[in-house]
Each structure stands twice: as C-alpha cells, then as structure tokens.
Design a protein around this ligand. Structure first.
Ligand SMILES: [Zn+2]
Length: 83
C-alpha cells in the first residue's frame, strides 16, 4: 500500500501520525518509514545536518511506534557530535 503523508504536518512519519495509529490500534509500516527517509534524503533540507536530524526523528518515531520507546529514550539521551 502506498503511504500518504500526514494530513496535519504533511510528513510520512511524525508524532501526530503515531498518535493517530495508536488510537486505531495500529503501528507504523515499513512503507511509511521508507517514504519518510526518502523525503529526508530528497534535498528539501537546507543542509545535511537538518536532513540527518530529520532522518533520526523518523527512525525514533518508527521505533517508538513499534513499541521500542526505551531504545529511543536512550538514543535521544546521547549528545550529538554536530550540535
Ligand atoms: Zn503529522
């Protein structure tokens, strides 16, 4: 199934979509994650740092949606070298 972007923020993998999926008893799909990562890599971000931060966010939301919130929490606690 071809994913459609979130109606709220027009992203494929975002916190609002995650809430929506949870309310439906559903989880994010492989296709949603891939669409979101391709979007992060499509050059729409002003620099590689912003694109990479967006890709980090996509993976975190995806993992959280699959029930791996503890892993995301530890990952988010790690200082980024490019900050
Ligand atoms: Zn959204």
């Amino acid at each position: 199934m071809i994913p459609t972007p979130c109606q709220g923020c027009e992203q494929y993998m975002c916190e609002c979509r995650l809430r929506e999926l949870k309310a439906q008893g559903s989880t994010p799909t492989r296709e949603m994650a891939l669409a979101a990562l391709h979007e992060a890599n499509a050059g729409e971000y002003p620099n590689p740092k912003d694109a990479h931060e967006q890709a980090d966010e996509v993976l975190c939301v995806f993992l959280e949606g699959l029930g791996y919130g503890e892993i995301v929490e530890v990952f988010r606690g790690i200082i980024k070298w490019y900050d």
